[in-house]
Design a protein around this ligand. Structure first.
Ligand code: ASP
Length: 316
């Protein structure tokens, strides 16, 4: 499929993508990993194309890696600081989108604190829109980079057992990973306190554990999540200390997983809250830095595939 067109104009979520489409993105990204490890990292595939990063929420990895991805493919990349834009003067999301649209962009990466905001925006513009994370809804490129990281280490996704641990209810990373891993035939376990589980968890095709040791028993992958304080209204956990005691990943709890189980975290990490430095920095088991590397390659693959659908002549 990598020679063909990607049958979607936008990448708004993993939900709705089939196994072949996911595999095509991962296969293409594998090639970009090699390119990124070579001296000559630049291609001219997107020469003449314009990519705008529009981030209404903070970001380190996603924004930087989309910028690098666009530049390595030869596109012009603009990063919009919403605090320094007219959004800060009260311009609505739609008006901002219409303004950007008038500048003939080819691709727009949007991060927004509200679930559904990126989809709304995608309906108003002509360019390809990529969801860089919308509220607690989806973060598709994170799930894709996680899948690429796992596949390169385990050789497959189907048949693996993946534990996603922590603040699931507020996590777009968890939601996108659940869709992707289910679609690709992996078994998903969610581990966390009841207060941090979505209400519809029984309809998500996952197994739920409130005891971390039991949940980690025999898993192939341990994926930790950050406590999303910025999305919490009220108290969801009694104290950080107690949370770490029951749900923080440390050497002792990790011992329940398979001996070759790998550790992942989308970042930013809160050391001593959801993960102990001892395991986060374990070079034998932790793939956290590699996830960042895979992020650039996956985002290059997404830009490559989505821009194949954009006509060369834009209607005025
Ligand atoms: N960076 C990820 C996100 O934007 C995870 C996190 O912030 O905890 O969703």
């Amino acid at each position: 499929m990598t020679d063909q067109r990607f049958p979607h104009r936008h990448l708004l979520g993993i939900q709705g993508l089939g196994p072949q489409e996911i595999t095509a993105i991962l296969d293409l990204a594998d090639g970009y990993v090699d390119q990124n490890r070579s001296i000559d990292k630049r291609k001219s595939l997107l020469r003449g194309r314009t990519l705008v990063n529009l981030f209404f929420e903070n970001s380190t990895r996603t924004r930087t890696s989309f910028e690098l991805a666009g530049k390595r493919l030869g596109a012009d990349v603009i990063n919009m600081q919403t605090q320094a834009s007219s959004v800060a003067k009260g311009e609505t999301l739609i008006d901002t989108a219409m303004t950007l649209n008038a500048m003939h962009l080819d691709a727009l990466v949007v991060r927004h604190p509200d679930s559904g905001a990126v989809k709304l925006l995608s309906e108003k513009v002509n360019c390809a829109v990529i969801n860089g994370g919308d509220g607690s809804h989806e973060h598709p490129t994170q799930a894709l980079l996680d899948a690429l990281t796992i596949r390169r280490h385990k050789g497959r996704l189907a048949g693996l057992t993946v534990a996603i641990c922590g603040d699931v209810v507020h996590s777009r990373v968890a939601r996108s990973n659940i869709y992707l891993l289910n679609t690709m035939g992996a078994q998903v376990r969610l581990i966390g306190p009841k207060t941090l589980m979505p209400t519809a968890v029984d309809r998500m095709g996952v197994d739920v554990y409130h005891d971390m040791r039991k949940g980690l028993d025999g898993v192939d992958v341990v994926m930790m999540l950050r406590i999303q304080n910025e999305r919490m209204k009220g108290n969801f956990i009694p104290s950080i200390r107690e949370y770490f005691h029951f749900f923080g990943l440390d050497r002792e709890k990790l011992a329940m997983a398979k001996p070759d189980a790998v550790i992942m975290h989308p970042g930013p990490m809160n050391r001593g809250v959801e993960i102990d430095s001892d395991v986060a920095d374990d070079v034998e088991r932790s793939l956290i830095r590699e996830q960042v590397e895979m992020g650039v390659a996956v985002r290059m693959a997404c830009l490559d595939l989505l821009t194949r659908n954009i006509p060369n002549q834009v209607a005025v």
